[in-house]
Design a protein around this ligand. Structure first.
Ligand code: PEP
Ligand code: MN
Length: 337
């Protein structure tokens, strides 16, 4: 249930509403928008609470039920689009933010070479996994702490922001020391313990869509993070499993307009993991750049030798060409990189 306060409602009236909500053993989440304060009533059985209970309170403008299963991620709770600010980088604004880098951190040389190139071409954020989820336990699992140190060195040299994946609640503190954005991977999008933990880490979060998840389930996963009072959340569409075997996953481009309609959260697109094949990545990236808040693209100095996701990683020359295209494309639609 949503309680919209009148414009310029007093703190006293807001406190009274919150007190009432807590008295009903529900949770109150507050959104102080530019115009007015909106308060969400959350709990197991809010359906049985009569809206009149709140309508009768002073300075309450309107009370209505959120019809979607997701609550805090919904446009009902927050009308204005969320813009996640990381220093001078804004995700959810006018610019198409490019996140680029290798799938996994493999060596200092590999990361630094990539960081310098992507920075020069206009990427704002460097990606690279120090902790890698692997389908097989016998495959490379990442460099761990050494990988984090390499990312920190690349950040120090280039000034790029860092996004890197955290796999387990026990690593959140350590990864937070180096990361500007914590990535929750597709496989962990419904790991609710982890979502709660990163929600409390005080860092922006990049939440990838699980490849077997509906948009609604994904937005409910987002609610776990938002509930911990972490508003700095970015969604990332990275492809879902379908019957189509030509690509590794199927990029659900329609997720972008659907998210824009039902949620205030920024949404970026990862064509690399969706395609699984570098030949498809540029076209998919160009298509997504027109509507998404950003792109996440895997780049490697020598994809043939990559320890992870080589087939989908762009070469340096492939990435250089794509960035030139993206600059022209975004300029043509009044956006920038
Ligand atoms: C990745 O970003 O390298 C990754 C493992 O992605 P996903 O979780 O989308 O598979
Ligand atoms: Mn990868």
């Amino acid at each position: 249930m949503i309680i919209e306060m009148q414009t310029a409602a007093s703190q006293d009236s807001i406190r009274r509403v919150i007190g009432k909500i807590r008295g009903l053993e529900c949770e109150a989440q507050i959104n102080a928008g530019q115009e007015k304060v909106v308060i969400a009533v959350l709990g197991r059985d809010t359906g049985s609470i009569a809206t009149e209970i709140f309508e009768a309170l002073p300075e309450v403008e309107r009370v209505f039920r959120i019809m979607q299963p997701h609550k805090l991620a919904s446009r009902d709770f927050q009308q204005d689009k969320t813009v996640v600010k990381i220093g001078d980088v804004e995700i959810g604004g006018q610019a198409v933010i490019i996140i680029a880098g290798p799938c996994a951190v493999e060596s200092e040389e590999q990361v630094l070479l990539t960081a310098r190139l992507v920075k020069k071409l206009g990427a704002k954020i460097l990606r690279g996994g120090a902790y890698k989820p692997s389908t097989s336990p016998f495959k490379f699992q990442g460099m761990g702490e050494d990988g984090l140190r390499i990312l920190a060195a690349a950040k120090e040299e280039t000034g790029l922001k860092i996004v890197t994946e955290v796999l387990s609640p026990r690593d959140v503190e350590l990864v937070s020391e180096c990361a500007d954005i914590l990535q929750i991977g597709a496989r962990n999008c419904q790991n609710y313990d982890l979502l709660e933990e990163v929600g409390q880490a005080g860092k922006p979060i990049l939440l990838k869509r699980g490849f077997g998840m509906s948009i609604t389930e994904w937005l409910q996963a987002a609610d776990y993070i938002l509930r911990r009072n972490n508003p700095n959340l970015i969604l990332c569409e990275r492809g879902i499993k379908t019957f189509e075997p030509s690509t590794r996953y199927t990029l659900d481009i329609s997720a972008v307009p659907v998210i824009k309609r039902f949620s205030h959260l920024p949404v970026i697109v990862d064509p690399s993991h969706a395609a699984g094949d570098r030949r498809y990545v540029p076209d998919m990236a160009r298509a997504a750049a027109v509507i998404a808040d950003g792109l996440l693209i895997e780049v490697h100095p020598n994809p043939m030798e990559a320890l992870k996701d080589g087939p989908q990683s762009l070469t340096f020359s492939g990435f250089t060409e794509l960035m030139a295209d993206l600059k022209r494309l975004t300029a043509a639609i009044g956006r920038e990189i």
